[in-house]
Design a protein around this ligand. Structure first.
Ligand SMILES: [Zn+2]
Length: 97
């Protein structure tokens, strides 16, 4: 399980992570506002933990895409989030001994 932090640092700046109802996240599982610099993650009781975790990674990528003008398409962000999530989720389960 990936812990959801209260804030993360991106490029040396703090990015607050707020847990709110999906209706306050633009009707989605999460959102990032380049204007406010805030990541919102839905905290609806029926929102699964694995979706919460991949959404955080997705919004981190949205933040990077906005701040550094990578011009990543949304399908690319979706794919990167899912694949990074899988890598991070398995991290530590296959340690070299
Ligand atoms: Zn997105």
């Amino acid at each position: 399980m990936i812990k959801i932090p209260k804030f993360i640092k991106i490029g040396g700046r703090q990015v607050p992570v707020k847990r709110l109802a999906s209706s306050d996240c633009g009707g989605h599982g999460g959102s990032f506002s380049a204007w406010t610099g805030v990541i919102k993650i839905a905290n609806d009781p029926d929102y699964p933990q694995d979706e919460i975790e991949v959404t955080l990674i997705h919004e981190i990528l949205e933040c990077l895409n906005a701040r550094y003008e990578y011009n990543l398409s949304h399908p690319t962000i979706m794919s990167l989030a899912e694949n990074l999530y899988q890598t991070l989720k398995d991290w530590g389960t296959n340690e070299i001994t």
